[in-house]
Design a protein around this ligand. Sequence first.
Ligand code: NOJ
Ligand code: CA
Length: 568
Amino acid sequence: MFRRSFATSIFALSLALTSAHISAQQMAVDAEGHAWWQHAVFYELYPRSFADSNNDGIGDLNGITSRLDYLKDLGVDAIWITPCFPSPQVDFGYDVSDYQNIDPMYGNLQDFDRLVAEGRKRGIHIVLDFVINHTSDQHKWFLDSKSSRTSAHRDWYIWRDGKGPDLPPNNWVSTFGLSAWKFDPLTRQYYYHYFYPEQPDLNWRNPAVEQAMFDVTRFWYKRGVVGFRLDAVDSLFEDPKLTDNPVVPGTDNFGRPNMDEKYNQKLPEVHDVLRGLRKVADEYDAVLIGETYTSTIGELKQYYGERSSELQMPMDMMFATVDKLSAPDFRQQISAINSAGGWPVLLIGNHDMARSYNRYGDGVHNDAIAKLMAALYLTLRGTPILYYGEEIGMENNDPKSKEDVRDPIGKLGWPLEKGRDGERTPMQWNVSANAGFSMARPWLPVPPSAETHNVESELRDPGSVLNFYKRLLFLRHHEESLLDGEYIPLNENSPGVLCYLRRYKNEAVLVVLNMSGSLQKFDVDLAPYGLAGANRSTLLTDMTGELQTGGKEMSIEPFAVYIAKLTK
Ligand code: NOJ
Ligand code: CA
């Protein structure tokens, strides 16, 4: 789907001829210096829930392969598959017991190779999820580590004495509830786990851990993987003195006092590891995406690293969690990320947060709002990551009772914390049994809205959310301004309409998004941007009428999208 031929551009070719030392990384850019992933559309896919080829109720790799044509047709260039490695599935794959294999429930390495090859035929790259903070407690490294205080892998994890009888080493808590320390009676020490007790944290201060984990990435790069999404990077290091975290006002979803996690989150050493992983990635011209939960742009900036030496694609989770349909809030966040100096990475949903359809929907105009949100993150400067099902307006389907919950945090925190099952339900393909996901009962239930919101029905309906996504993604791949244009905010005081230009050379794309439930009047002054008197032609709108133009003033319908091309 990439419009440009990177390595063969005249510019890259002449560089290659003049410098024998040029790396693959430097060559893989277009004439303007953009790498493939900057023009790509990424798609996050939860393998348990995408497509079930052997009808056991759980999605699998062959299921994904069978749906590559759908993804291609949608306009997807790369898929990020959440962990599909062998795992006891306590955290549905985020507890890895072998980093160099495929869990039998998803298939095997041959199925994986076929997925890579079939993806390649269609120009779809494969990105895997690398869980670097912790392993499963069933990983052979941990089994050896816990076997004795002197075992070869003892120091691969974080073992400490308690403060006294029945007292953990300090007050750190697991983000999934309870203490972050588990006592192991065999060796009479505690081990540290920031997530579930079945997910012991690796000791990244041990060079052997670093070496082994770096080698894991090499294994997959050699198998054709183009990059990794790095899980929980904020959590890699802990204060070796185990200083207690300060308690701060309020309580969390588990009813515990809130803590400022200053001694076990975002320690500066994280950046050394990211630089190391990046060096290995550069050997293979690979891309690193980060699960970077930052609270300020300054923090996010650090994840790009000095002179882009860390993650090429740290996710802007602040954008992902604006959580209200507010033009001023989005305007502020977009300006912030555009000032960060790196390439923005934009998403509005993932497997850990309630679906955007519900978070932004008002319960009445949800389809219009889903299109509005799509038009936002697919027309901004940066690389978008879609979450599977977002393109058909899939909604959250939270468990109705505690007995139905599969995600352990939902069991522990019910009813305040219902867990993440709701956003992980099976992809809705058609109106047949189980929405065409599987002939067997799926591992999570399909919501009633699958009757109307499914791929097959929506493909037939020109006004569907899916067809709107397809048109947007087509524009995104074909309009230079949307690919490379600078972001210029317009009408910055408007409370209801988010409006901006993406300007590229002598042309621009104008994006007008009415984030309010009422008709809004607005006008734009294009003269300061050298576009006075430019021709305007509509590229995409979901308004029932054309944009009303009376003199300079225009009106846009509630929750509507208007996208136009401006040419001089
Ligand atoms: C972040 C992942 O996205 C989430 O699903 C998982 O539970 C934790 N990291 C622990 O690996
Ligand atoms: Ca299956």
